[in-house]
Design a protein around this ligand. Structure first.
Ligand code: 4AD
Ligand code: MG
Length: 477
């Protein structure tokens, strides 16, 4: 008979038929009931073993983690846990799993332990749900943009430019085992760079994306980006995936509208297509919350939070208005912030962002029109000469999830800003050409994909929502 995945078997449509099912053993009780999982869903299928007529040597090899193949009949289940089960006719061991050596245990294991055993954590229900959701969200990103006529543009991973001007780049070199990467005098040997040119891993595809938008109108990128920030936070990775749409003839309001519509679409898509996984993670979170004192528990469950996000308009306000709120807050007056808000012009710390979102407005917030000095060179200068057409979207429990802006399309203003900020014009000549030949109003933003996955899964650490996290001390494989 044909191999059927467990998700399909559990619908019960094949009741009465003979099926083949393959997977990994999650539990084996009373020499009789196997809980089998193949990753298609978190729900296991129950295999009923006729142990009296099965070789005891084979029964012994059915252990937690072993891979098996079962041929049997789909029947209605008498047990309460499931609708259907498989009455095994034959069981074949595909791969043994010695319980003495297998690092995972058939019990709830801490996330720290699973991070240390990252090569095996896919085998757990929690990570099964996370990575199925991550897949669904990635698919939904492409669907959202393609349904709206955006062109998926592949921007380079190896690039000579620093799109954000923040200097947080990993340098690319050609490895030559016969030569040290330094010259005799201890300087960096440029000959070992990218065919003689200094290059780095991209921090953002935006500048290249703008080239595409200036002809195709609406484009988006979706690829890995790299930041050499040596930060050990639960929100930062050295390698993360970013989605960067760029739209010609858009101003900041159009940009905000698109970003809000996109976030709601992606969350709604996950709720519709992976409800089981979200329900599982909601339950997991509730158990975790039970360990905390009442006051620290969140008011909403994960499911409620996601639904709330869909049902409410995001709060839009300017940086200047936000500063007034923060300055006047009791939190600031009672010196509860680690970084006190003294006045206009300072960058917001994540504690300030989270105060606005979680304590003040209690919903997602879009902050606009930041001081030009704390934002990148490419953002459009406002009439006041002090602020730029920037927007950051802040989410509960996450902080900044999106950063974007209307771009400075005026050649003179852009080059002036580059000079002021020390951004090399000669290296970005190709970017400046977009402002010389048919420049137009345009805007775009970047969504940190892992921050979205964090929000939708309710997880607390960004290293748990990417299959192979790259951060200080995590590049084991
Ligand atoms: O705010 P950022 O740095 O903006 C840009 O890179 C622009 N070029 C985007 C654009 O306008 N096209 O990064 C955008 C988003 C952040 O809001 C955050 O969600 C995520 O990328 N991000 C990170 N995610 C994980 N680890 C890091 N180290 C991140 N740095 C930024
Ligand atoms: Mg930002």
């Amino acid at each position: 008979s044909q191999r059927i995945k467990i998700k399909a078997l559990l619908t019960g449509e094949l009741t009465g038929k003979e099926v083949t099912v393959k997977g990994w053993v999650r539990a084996f009780r009373q020499n009789r009931f196997i809980a089998l999982n193949d990753g298609s869903t978190n729900n296991n299928i129950q295999i009923v073993v006729d142990f009296e007529n099965t070789d005891p040597a084979l029964l012994k090899r059915i252990t937690f983690g072993s891979a098996i193949s079962v041929v049997g009949e789909m029947v209605p289940s008498l047990g309460s846990g499931q609708k259907v089960e498989v009455n095994a006719k034959t069981i074949e061991i595909l791969g043994d799993c010695n319980p003495e050596e297998f690092p995972l245990q058939p019990k709830k294991q801490s996330l720290e332990f699973l991070r240390e055993n990252a090569h095996l954590r896919f085998r757990t229900s929690t990570f099964g749900s996370i990575f199925r959701l991550r897949n669904t969200l990635a698919f939904a990103v492409h669907k959202f943009f393609n349904d709206r006529g955006f062109v998926y543009l592949h921007t380079p991973i190896i690039t000579a430019s620093d799109a954000e001007g923040a200097g947080e780049m990993f340098r690319v070199t050609t490895f030559d085992p016969t030569k040290p990467p330094l010259t005799d005098t201890g300087e960096v040997d440029f000959k070992q760079d990218f065919f003689g040119k200094a290059t780095n891993l991209t921090v953002s595809g935006q500048l290249e994306g703008e080239l595409g938008a200036m002809a195709l109108s609406d484009i988006y990128t979706f690829g890995p980006t790299f930041r050499a920030e040596n930060s050990n936070t639960t929100r930062h990775l050295a390698e993360f995936w970013m989605i960067e749409p760029e739209m010609a003839f858009y101003d900041l309001n159009d940009n905000m509208d698109l970003a809000e519509e996109m976030l709601k679409y992606l969350i709604g898509y996950a709720l519709e297509h992976n409800r089981e996984d979200i329900e599982f993670l909601t339950q997991r979170l509730l158990e975790e919350e039970k360990q905390k004192p009442q006051a620290e528990r969140s008011e909403m469950t994960l499911l409620e939070k996601l639904q709330f996000c869909l049902d409410n308009d995001f709060q839009r306000l300017t940086y200047t208005e936000a500063i007034e709120i923060l300055k006047d807050s009791n939190h600031n007056k009672k010196k509860k912030f680690q970084y006190l808000i003294e006045g206009w012009g300072a960058d917001l710390q994540s504690e300030h962002e989270r105060y606005l979102v979680e304590k003040h407005f209690k919903k997602p917030v879009i902050l606009t029109d930041y001081p030009k000095d704390i934002k990148s060179f490419y953002m459009r200068l406002n009439e006041d000469g002090k602020t730029v057409r920037a927007m950051d979207i802040l989410f509960p429990g996450i902080g900044e999830i999106i950063g974007g802006s209307q771009r400075e399309e005026r050649y003179d203003k852009l080059t002036q800003r580059m000079d002021e900020m020390g951004v090399p014009k000669d290296e970005l000549w190709w970017y400046l050409d977009t402002r010389r030949f048919g420049a137009c109003e345009h805007a775009g933003f970047g969504l940190g994909f892992e921050r979205l996955v964090l929000f939708v899964t309710g997880m607390g650490n960004i290293r748990d929502v990417i299959p192979f996290p790259r951060a200080p001390k995590t590049a084991e494989f």
